[in-house]
Design a protein around this ligand. Structure first.
Ligand code: ZN
Length: 132
């Protein structure tokens, strides 16, 4: 088990954590679980092209605008961040073979911050497969 530490720098941000996850594999094969401990962050696999990342964040923001009368804002002022995180999901599973992540050419593991800047933690563990 490894924990990746991420310090985000703005309220909303995408961080490519592919290399951090790769370093956390420790030569094991099986299924890598990458899981965020937070309720206002998400994890997804997609292409890390800057225009696309901005498009994704802009579209999520237009779906879930800030301060739109959410009940949770009465206690925490970050309901939009929780809703955005719940749309994206809080984990991904990636096959690992020969000690390498099985990612397609353009696939990257992306950490999405919706309520930064904050210190964040992402859990990585490879659940080893039985050889058949
Ligand atoms: Zn909250």
């Amino acid at each position: 088990m490894s924990v990746i530490h991420i310090e985000t720098k703005s309220r909303e941000e995408v961080v490519d954590i592919t290399e951090d996850v790769r370093k956390a594999l420790n030569g094991k094969n099986g299924l890598a679980v990458v899981y965020t401990f937070h309720t206002t962050t998400g994890i997804m696999i997609n292409e890390a092209e800057n225009g696309l990342l901005q498009d994704i964040m802009d579209r999520i923001s237009s779906l879930v605008p800030r301060n739109a009368g959410y009940r949770h804002d009465r206690i925490d002022s970050n309901a939009d961040a929780h809703i955005k995180a719940s749309l994206v999901g809080n984990s991904v599973i990636i096959p690992v073979e020969n000690g390498e992540l099985l990612l397609g050419t353009w696939q990257r593991i992306l950490f999405l911050e919706f309520d930064g800047p904050r210190r964040r933690r992402v859990y990585v563990r490879v659940y080893e497969a039985e050889e058949s």
